[in-house]
Write a protein that binds this ligand. Structure first.
Ligand code: CTP
Ligand code: CA
Length: 225
């Protein structure tokens, strides 16, 4: 990771990053998933480590080793919730870049569903809890929590609403309909809003540069008296 020196540091900070899309099992061989590649989360973990943090990366996509980054591999939203509840105890900065499925299969089949068992298949879903909202409720004083939102419409309106409803310090949003941004791309375009009213826009940057911008935003909040 080659980055310009901005004079910011996360030295001595415990940082937790979540990454990737959760997989909600239908049966032992099938799942409901989403298009998240985990690349933005990986970039955030790496850049935080380069800035001196001790990083825990809770991810659904195995990312390989990187100095000062401990990887915790999970699959479903439930597993991600449990891992994050452990990992975020005492954390200074939590970056929730994972794409958590809003729903899970109510009763996953224990054995593989066979094609010939029925001409039509209905799968009932139930809501997953809002992991980030739960984590924010247990956050330690002075810690910073960041949410990510991928939107197709009304990006800024949705971001402002989520900044409030989730109780986070910063929301980062991207318009996934923009060419070259978001899912599966190596570049991203984002809007960053903080609860103290700051706003910044970054277009067509590598996911590592976006990570540096997000972490710069966060470190400014740490530095506030
Ligand atoms: N998130 C979470 N748990 C969920 C859903 C979302 O922790 N069950 C987190 C995401 O990781 C992200 C933030 O909440 O950091 C915003 O996710 P998003 O899907 O945009 O928010 P939702 O409240 O699920 O709204 P929407 O109906 O637009 O999907
Ligand atoms: Ca959602």
């Amino acid at each position: 990771v080659a980055l310009e020196d901005r004079g910011i540091s996360l030295w001595g900070k415990k940082v937790v990053v979540s990454a990737g899309g959760t997989r909600e099992p239908i049966d032992p061989v099938r799942f409901i998933g989403n298009r998240s590649s985990g690349k933005q989360g990986l970039a955030l973990a790496k850049v935080a480590a380069v800035l001196g943090a001790e990083v825990s990366l809770v991810t659904t996509v195995a990312q390989g080793s990187f100095p000062s980054v401990t990887e915790v591999l999970v699959s479903s939203a439930k597993e991600m919730d449990e891992a994050l509840t452990n990992e975020t105890a005492g954390a200074d900065l939590v970056v929730m870049a994972a794409a958590v499925s809003d729903y899970r299969v109510k009763e996953p089949s224990r054995s593989k569903i066979k094609r010939e068992s029925a001409a039509e298949l209905n799968i009932s879903l139930e809501a997953n809890p809002d992991i980030l909202k739960g984590l924010v409720k247990a956050k330690k004083d002075g810690s910073i929590y960041i949410g990510f939102a991928a939107e197709t419409d009304d990006l800024e309106v949705n971001l402002r609403r989520k900044l409030e409803s989730k109780g986070v310090d910063i929301m980062v949003g991207n318009d996934v309909t923009r060419p070259g941004a978001g899912f599966e791309h190596d570049t991203n375009s984002v809007v960053i809003l903080s609860k103290d009213g700051q706003r910044a826009v970054f277009d067509d940057l590598s996911k590592e540069k976006i990570a540096l911008e997000v972490l710069t935003f966060a470190s400014r909040l740490f530095d506030r008296p």
